[in-house]
Design a protein around this ligand. Structure first.
Ligand code: WTA
Length: 643
């Protein structure tokens, strides 16, 4: 058996040492020490944790800080202004280098510009941008003022953007004219133009990225280069309360309505910086770190913006995609910038595997010393490929389990301490406590039994609630096993060595290429099409994307007819979902069916549809109201549909 223990050389230099596990025996003292170690406070905190209003936590009570100051100013003050903060790799060959001193000037200018546009502390700002440095600058400028940002993934549709602007009552939207996709300039502001009318957003701040033509509303639209470039580069960062809202980030849950996950300042920043240091093993003076996530997801928030910048790290910011301009572009970037820490997603790794090891073999990847994985379970085969072909057969892989809600990494090996187990995120990191419970809420003690992953102690970067919906927050996370346990929604088991294996979602949430999608959201998008009467959506396992969206739809018998039929109709429905939510939500397959399998109480039995979608023998149908429907559906499934 291969031994994946860390080498003594790695252990010796590692930021995260085994002593952290011992230190964490005193939970609050441990986190108070991390908050002091990783964060600069303008006003010291008193109580470490106030859990008296559980499940609404307060961390580092009475403390005051500015997240933007922590990510930028203090590094310049420490004499590191010349250190590269961002190696910006443009999708158009237009690379840029941004030092910490540059970043301080840009963030200060942007903060002044936002204030001149009327943004004040507490106002929400929606950010809908491609992976350009202005996105990072915009987030930090909002944090500086104390205006919570709500970043909306640039791949979401204008309908999805509108819903998020409305829910968060954003006052301003920051976007760009367009974005580069596989070398082509594509529109982006256009979606904002459709989303903003009728909402609270009175201003739209627009970065000129591609130079493509845009519609312009003189009253509402403002060019970034006009207001930001001319603003003063001096901006005093005010101190905010530790519990001041830092951002809202929408994620999918079990209903059709996305949840605005609320994060606050002090605890979030502490855990992001600490985990980035001890899990990714970042040595800011020497490492070049690259997290390939998009800024629109939580990984981009925590491990591009807040964690690494708080640590003063040098990182790569890549605007493009893994296949453009060629399938070796990732490895070209690693070679060129001597990337030493790479953090990416299993879906990307499986894609690289499919493309073949001879592509990375053409590049010098010897700078790599730590690899990370996030977003979904990584299968052991992909893990070994990653280690062998990207990690030179020796780089530790940190498989990090966490969620939008947890804000930062929760379960992961420590690369200098843990003997790795391919496919498992192993154990809670020091400071975090997890358990696996059975259906009755009893902790599992035996290996290989399947249960539910729960977190048993509050943690600093935990969500503070769902924007505007405290009841939903309590119901979703703190009721399944009682108020003592945060229910993560993931199934899990222990192996014989006590490692935790995440087995995927147990609720109606799918994970497609590491992106969370809700079955209910896609179903409601489908039934909003005039031809669809009813729809059921399942996540079927998929070799590359982890899961894929498979939909079953019943057409309306009345109403509109005479439109598209057959494959053309299916294409129309797929596009409709793309328009309602975004291209990532487009079903891989849509089956037109006459019936859906339902229990006698009318609940759709997704389990059976999943069997069909995964070409399995259909399971127990005894609770079906009409057991013959499964045969009809299976027969229909034999015909291919979609593309
Ligand atoms: C899944 C992404 C297995 C899990 C940071 C979780 C993982 C959901 C892992 C959160 C991992 C994330 N191993 N599963 N290392 N990381 N997941 O909110 O189902 O986009 O609940 O946060 O992704 O997805 P989210």
């Amino acid at each position: 058996m291969t031994d994946y223990a860390p080498t003594p050389e790695f252990t010796e230099q590692a930021v995260g040492q085994a002593s952290l596990y011992d230190e964490a025996a005193d939970h609050e003292a441990f986190w108070a020490a991390r908050a002091t170690e990783y964060v600069t406070w303008s006003q010291d905190f008193g109580t470490t944790l106030d859990w008296s209003d559980a499940p609404f936590a307060k961390w580092f009570v009475g403390g005051e800080l500015n997240a933007s100051y922590n990510c930028v100013d203090r590094h310049v003050e420490a004499g590191n202004g010349d250190r590269v903060a961002l190696h910006v790799v443009g999708a158009n060959g237009d690379d840029r280098t941004i030092t910490y001193a540059d970043l301080l000037r840009e963030v200060s200018k942007a903060a002044n510009a936002l204030e001149s546009l009327g943004v004040t502390k507490g106002d929400r700002v929606a950010i809908y941008m491609p992976m350009i440095p202005e996105a990072v600058i915009a987030m930090l400028a909002c944090a500086r003022i104390g205006a919570p940002h709500s970043v909306v993934f640039g791949g979401f549709s204008s309908d999805a953007l509108k819903a998020r602007i409305e829910d968060g009552e954003a006052k301003l939207v920051i976007t760009s004219d367009g974005q580069f996709r596989k070398g082509k300039a594509m529109p982006l502001k256009e979606a904002v133009d459709r989303a903003v009318p009728g909402t609270t957003a009175g201003k739209v701040l627009v970065v000129k990225r591609t130079g493509i033509d845009v519609e312009w509303d003189d009253e509402r639209d403002v060019w970034w280069h006009e207001v930001v470039d001319s603003a003063s580069d001096q901006h005093e960062a005010p101190a905010h309360d530790s519990e001041h809202p830092l951002f809202i980030l929408y994620t999918s849950g079990t209903t059709g309505k996305p949840k605005g996950i609320l994060h606050t300042t002090g605890g979030y920043l502490t855990q992001c910086a600490y985990t980035n240091a001890v899990v990714h093993d970042v040595h800011p003076e020497t490492d070049v770190y690259w997290c390939t996530a998009d800024i629109g997801w939580v990984t981009g928030h925590s491990y591009i913006v807040y964690g690494p910048l708080a640590n003063g790290a040098t990182q790569v910011l890549f605007e493009g995609t893994p296949d453009s301009p060629h399938q070796g572009v990732f490895w070209e970037i690693v070679e060129k910038y001597k990337v030493s820490i790479l953090y990416t997603a299993p879906t990307a790794i499986r894609t690289f595997m499919k493309w073949g090891a001879d592509i990375p073999a053409k590049y010098d990847l010897s700078s790599i010393r730590v690899l990370g994985s996030v977003g979904e379970p990584i299968n052991p085969e992909a893990w070994r490929w990653y280690r062998e072909h990207i990690g030179g057969g020796s780089a530790p892989i940190v498989d990090t389990w966490w969620q939008t809600e947890t804000g930062a990494i929760m379960n992961s090996p420590l690369p200098g301490v843990t003997t790795l187990e391919p496919g498992s995120s192993q154990r809670p990191i020091p400071g975090i406590s997890a358990e696996i419970l059975d259906d009755e809420g009893q902790p599992l003690t035996e290996p290989e039994q399947v249960g539910y992953l729960v977190l048993t102690k509050p943690w600093p970067s935990m969500l503070r609630g769902i924007w505007g919906d405290p009841e939903r927050y309590k119901d979703t996370y703190w009721s399944r096993f009682g108020p003592e346990y945060y229910f993560a929604g993931d199934g899990a088991k222990y192996d014989a060595d006590g490692n935790i294996w995440i087995l995927g979602r147990v609720d109606d949430v799918m994970n497609v290429s590491g992106h969370r999608l809700s079955t209910a959201e896609i179903e409601s998008a489908l039934v909003s099409h005039p031809r669809v009467a009813e729809a059921a959506v399942v996540g079927a396992s998929d070799e590359t994307t982890g899961q894929a969206v498979v939909a079953f739809a019943i057409l309306r018998q009345d109403g509109e007819t005479g439109g598209a039929e057959g494959d053309e109709l299916i294409q129309e429905l797929r596009n409709h979902v793309g328009q309602q939510i975004g291209p990532i939500a487009k079903p891989r397959q849509i089956m037109i069916v006459d019936e859906l399998p339902k229990t006698r109480s009318g609940k759709i039995m997704r389990r059976l549809l999943k069997d069909v979608a995964e070409n399995r023998e259909v399971g127990d149908v005894t609770t079906l109201a009409d057991s013959s429907v499964m045969n009809l559906i299976k027969d229909g499934m034999a015909k291919p549909s979609g593309d």
